[in-house]
Design a protein around this ligand. Structure first.
Ligand code: ADP
Ligand code: 5GP
Length: 190
């Protein structure tokens, strides 16, 4: 995708809908696409690496970065803070690479205001009931954490009409195809 206009893609949707899975497929299909590594105060899950999956910060460190105005956007989600560092975005865009932000809805709204040229994509479930099944199947969150995430999901689903694009993740392959086609047509400028 070199030689074309570098874009910021914001991919959001409720927890468990398949954002991470779809973004992994997207990056295999469009290798030049960079992924912004967010900062969070959440504890690392098993297998997650600092600087790769997230920049894991303490609450104090996160507050210092807010005070230093280091964030393009940040939000509180399910008891923890999450945010996109300006430096992450600049690092990718400076190389002329388009970049994907995988963030929740409040952050997406902030990016829309700060960067109206960003391409905003909401990943929706075919039925809200699949979110519990998928989160339980993923096996990374306690029953209590899943309940918290599903509460937030109700509000997030109510915001889907604010997005430029909506991709329903029912059949995984079909959703990945749709996402790839949105990204390719946006970068190509058509
Ligand atoms: P998110 O990043 O949105 O929280 P994940 O990508 O971690 O969601 O997906 C949650 C779980 O759902 C994972 O176990 C994943 O393998 C599964 N999953 C993703 N997409 C589908 C799909 N289309 N059909 C069935 N299961 C899916
Ligand atoms: P998780 O704890 O499952 O990794 O992420 C929880 C939620 O936080 C997901 O909806 C994810 O998209 C969102 N998230 C991850 N990074 C960021 C970020 O930098 N900013 C915002 N606003 N949300 C983020």
């Amino acid at each position: 995708m070199s030689g074309e206009e570098a874009k910021v893609f914001v991919i959001t949707g409720p927890s468990g809908v398949g954002k991470g899975t779809l973004i992994k497929m997207l990056r295999e299909r469009v290798p030049d696409l960079a992924l912004s590594v967010s900062a969070t105060t959440r504890q690392p899950r098993e297998g997650e690496e600092d600087g790769v999956d997230y920049h894991f910060l303490t609450e104090d460190q996160f507050q210092e970065r807010i005070a230093a105005k280091d964030f393009l956007e940040f939000a509180s989600y399910s008891g923890n803070h999450y945010g996109t560092l300006n430096s992450e975005l600049d690092r990718c865009l400076a190389k002329g690479r388009s970049v994907v932000l995988e963030i929740e809805v409040q952050g997406a709204t902030q990016v829309r205001a700060a960067r109206p040229d960003s391409v905003q994509i909401f990943i929706a479930p075919p039925d809200p009931a699949v979110l519990r099944e998928r989160l339980t199947g993923r096996g990374t969150d306690s029953a209590e954490a899943i309940d918290k995430r599903l509460k937030v999901a109700e509000q997030e689903l109510g915001a889907q009409d604010d997005f430029d694009h909506r991709v329903v993740n029912d059949d995984l392959e079909a959703a990945a195809n749709e996402l790839e086609s949105i990204v390719r047509s946006s970068v190509g400028g058509s």
